[in-house]
Design a protein around this ligand. Structure first.
Ligand SMILES: Cc1ncc(COP(=O)(O)O)c(C=O)c1O
Length: 521
């Protein structure tokens, strides 16, 4: 049952006029076992707490040595069971990979194996501190080192920086290394080239690092226009940032030719390796002329998106950029001891550009990713890529008769199937189809990205879905696609059955209300 409603909070569930949602309105706002949940401030009481603090030690004058608050600050409390229920109910209003297939393209929402979780919780990894003496955390340093070696082997690159905390952070790391390399040879270049199909973080990173960003067009087949790129190369171009496989779900077949041309013009090649899960074990980016590439551990190596601590976006480097890689990093000496190379040892490695972060703080991610690698082995990882590609092609070919698939003629896709809204009837849009998919019980796919396709819908099923779960998803998707093509206007009101109906997304983004206030304030 819901807690008492003391603040005028009103149930949000409505009876809609179209007859699609015509059950009685309940007094609680609950719908069967889907429970409405007010905010803590609406259900808590200042005098309630779920915590019992120990008695004050008889000899100590006060519990916190005089730092206690002297007056109440208006925080409300709940009993322990109420607290547990509050957060459990909130969690049930969200969708999760542990609830069902999560088709977000470019995000790789795949199963997080429980073995990884078990390893990450071992106290030798979970309970250590970045400033612990290095001889007391040899096992953890070895995990970082071994994971780095796997990444170098899988990518065919000689060096790796493990400290970046996300994909975009890795991009910045790579671009700073490129700038350091140019600066070291007294060559101040100002421009970074990004294909127009680039992930948004690519131009943002280059701009953040102080570069001017210039677009390179895509061909009608969805790949980088090589001729246009070559024509733009020159002494002001510091480098290119290219996502491979690209955001249209296609492999950039001309990557080697592009890399050679960029190198010849004195630039460096940054590869956005976020989509490495499509090619791991099959392609080594080092063989394609890449100088720096980040890897999103949460995408390729199954670490959770938000895993109770910082994320991880390691960056692999070519010989040309390795000397500029950030500190600290782990090395092994001849006695099989592991140690951190920090500023005072920089002569061992070269003129690093500095630090991306203070510490390697992502032990949870490192442990999970290495567990994933060791439990799959090299052949298993190759199969990960093959199955991810197979599943995406199954989705593509199962829907292309209903949905515009702009690059279906370019051959098999990689790990993502891309569709557009060209064939929708009436004034229905991709957003309407996405909202209708929520009523079918699925989180929507990525929408309106990549920008090169009108009303883009990017579906990444990942390799962890069985054929049975793909078939269920495809059936649901076909249902909403048929309705969209027929111009079914009721889709404009979807979702009908979600805890909240259609939200004002523009106001939510432009005028976020981040603090609670008494109703009427
Ligand atoms: C192609 C691509 N590049 C970069 C990123 C940025 O990675 P992160 O979200 O870890 O910063 C993503 C994220 O999904 C991506 O898909």
């Amino acid at each position: 049952m819901n807690a008492p409603n003391k603040s005028g909070w009103k149930p949000q569930m409505e009876v809609s006029e179209d007859g699609l949602h015509n059950g009685p309105q309940t007094s609680t706002g609950n719908r069967a076992l889907m429970l409405e949940e007010p905010l803590l401030f609406e259900i808590g009481h200042a005098e309630v707490t779920g915590v019992d603090l120990p008695e004050i030690d008889g000899n100590a004058p006060t519990r916190l040595g005089g730092l206690e608050r002297t007056e109440a600050i208006g925080l409300v409390g709940l009993t322990e069971p109420e607290t547990v229920r509050h957060y459990t109910r909130l969690s049930r209003q969200n969708y999760a990979i542990d609830l069902g297939l999560f088709p977000l393209g470019s995000c790789t929402m795949k199963h997080n194996p429980r073995l990884n979780e078990k390893m990450a919780r071992l106290p030798g990894f979970a309970d250590i501190h970045p400033l612990a003496p290095q001889q007391t955390v040899q096992g953890a340093l070895e995990v970082i080192h071994e994971l780095g070696e796997w990444l170098c082997k899988l990518t065919g690159m000689p060096a790796v920086a493990m400290s970046p905390k996300a994909g975009a952070h890795g991009e910045l790391c790579g671009i700073l290394a490129i700038r350091a390399a140019h600066t070291a040879r007294g060559d101040a270049r100002e421009v970074v080239l990004c294909p127009e199909s680039a992930h948004g973080t690519n131009p943002a990173t280059a701009a953040f690092a102080g570069y001017k960003v210039e677009d390179i067009p895509a061909t009608p087949k969805g790949r980088v226009d090589v001729a246009a790129l070559k024509a733009r190369l020159g002494p002001d171009v510091a480098g290119v940032m290219i996502t491979n496989p690209n955001t249209c779900g296609l492999f950039e077949k001309d990557f080697r030719e592009i890399a050679d041309a960029v190198h010849e013009a004195g630039g460096y090649v940054y590869c956005d390796g976020a989509n490495f899960n499509a090619i791991v074990g099959r392609v080594r980016p080092g063989d394609l002329g890449v100088d720096a590439m980040h890897i999103n551990l949460h995408k390729t190596f199954s670490t959770p998106h938000g895993g109770g601590g910082p994320g991880s976006g390691p960056v692999v480097f070519s010989d040309a950029l390795a000397p500029y890689a950030p500190l600290p990093f782990v090395k092994e000496n001849d006695d099989r001891e592991f140690y951190l190379v920090e500023e005072e040892r920089v002569e061992e490695v070269g003129p690093s550009f500095g630090r991306m972060t203070a510490f390697h703080g992502q032990m949870g991610m490192f442990t999970r990713a290495l567990t994933y690698m060791l439990s799959h082995g090299a052949d298993g990882l190759k199969q990960v890529a093959e199955d991810a590609v197979l599943n995406a092609n199954y989705v593509l070919r199962s829907l292309e008769d209903l949905l515009h698939a702009p690059f279906a003629d370019s051959g098999p896709c990689m790990h993502e199937a891309l569709f557009g809204d060209r064939d929708f009837g009436g004034d229905l849009s991709t957003l309407d189809l996405a909202k209708a998919l929520i009523d079918e019980g699925y989180h929507p796919m990525t929408v309106y990205f990549p920008l090169v396709v009108h009303g883009a819908m990017l579906v990444e099923p990942t390799e962890t879905e069985s054929k049975a779960s793909l078939d269920e998803f495809i059936a649901a998707f076909r249902n909403v696609a048929e309705r969209a093509n027929a111009g079914d206007e009721t889709m404009k009101q979807a979702p009908y059955y979600a805890p909240r109906r259609r939200l004002d997304e523009t106001a939510a983004a432009r005028k976020p209300k981040l603090a609670w206030s008494e109703p009427g304030d």
